[in-house]
Design a protein around this ligand. Structure first.
Ligand code: PMP
Length: 285
């Protein structure tokens, strides 16, 4: 992805794509002092842009990184980067990180904080067979306790176990991995939240130790508006045997039906299809 035309917004300037580099002694490279957002633009407009900017600021605060830009400046920067891309439908990646400077140890208060925004085309996150039902592996790692790490920050450090779990899943021919949390309850996938259906009601894990996704919140509201009961609660993995339908939500994943998790199988049913179609209509409205 580095050798291509285009520009990337970096610290207030549009830099040629190939020149958007950082120094090898960047603090973030050594100690995961970076936070980010994944956003999607539809028809030239970023869906829930302000919510993403707010979460970016909250994530930076959680990592004790003073944000060099206000919400309004982040909004303007994302707009500038999107317009410069010439794309109508695109993925938008905003990144905030601790740079190189006097501090090469764990503490980094004297090093500057930077922001960059890159925009590129990104189709269906789990490939073109999106509506057929993805197959998920069950991850060996657990989502950590809120006493262990700032679990609600969209911080690079929280993705270490996501990458290794997703590699393992893909090696087994799965599209993704589902995590349990530190207590053993069902948590989330490596970059998406999970929903289940049983007897016409929707069950989803309580977001008390993982990212409460913007898509998750949107979909919960959409379901409630349709008069469908949504129960946010702790879910035991064995309960998956009784769930009839399952889908994932995320900015990149949108609403992706799930056909199998480990040995548990699900049908791509009516509520799943309806909510996927409704979400598609909403983001484009
Ligand atoms: N969980 C994780 C770990 C994620 O990376 C994402 C994607 N940002 C989500 C959930 C879904 O969040 P959102 O709907 O805000 O994209």
């Amino acid at each position: 992805y580095d050798d291509r035309d285009g520009v990337i917004w970096m610290d207030g300037k549009l830099v040629p794509w190939r020149d958007a580099n950082v120094h090898i002694l960047t603090h973030a490279m050594h100690y995961a002092s970076s936070v980010f957002e994944g956003e999607r633009a539809y028809n030239g407009k970023i869906f829930k842009s302000r919510e993403h900017s707010k979460r970016l600021v909250a994530s930076a605060e959680a990592l004790d990184m003073p944000m060099p830009y206000t919400i309004d400046q982040i909004e303007a920067a994302k707009k500038e980067a999107l317009e410069a891309s010439g794309l109508q439908d695109a993925y938008v990646r905003a990144l905030v990180w601790r740079g190189s400077g006097e501090d090469m140890g764990v503490a980094s208060a004297r090093n500057p904080v930077h922001m960059a925004i890159a925009v590129w085309p990104w189709g269906a996150y789990y490939g073109d067979a999106k509506m057929q039902g993805a197959r998920l592996d069950i991850a060996e790692w657990k989502r950590p306790s809120p006493e262990t790490i700032p679990v609600h920050a969209k911080a690079a450090g929280l993705y270490m176990i996501c990458t290794i779990s997703k590699h393992k899943a893909e090696a087994k021919g799965c599209s993704d991995a589902l995590f349990m949390d530190y207590r053993g309850y069902v948590a989330e996938a490596t970059g998406a939240n999970v929903f289940f259906v049983k007897d016409g009601e929707v069950h989803t894990p309580l977001a008390d130790c993982f990212l409460n996704g913007i898509t998750r919140q949107t979909v919960i509201q959409m379901l409630k508006d349709k008069g469908i009961t949504v129960i946010e609660r702790h879910i035991q993995p064995e309960e998956m045997a009784d769930f009839e339908q399952c889908w994932l939500t995320g900015t990149a994943a949108e609403v992706t039906p799930v056909g199998q998790i480990g040995d548990y199988t699900f049908e791509v049913g009516d509520i799943t299809r309806e909510i996927a179609a409704d979400y598609e209509a909403l983001v484009r409205s």
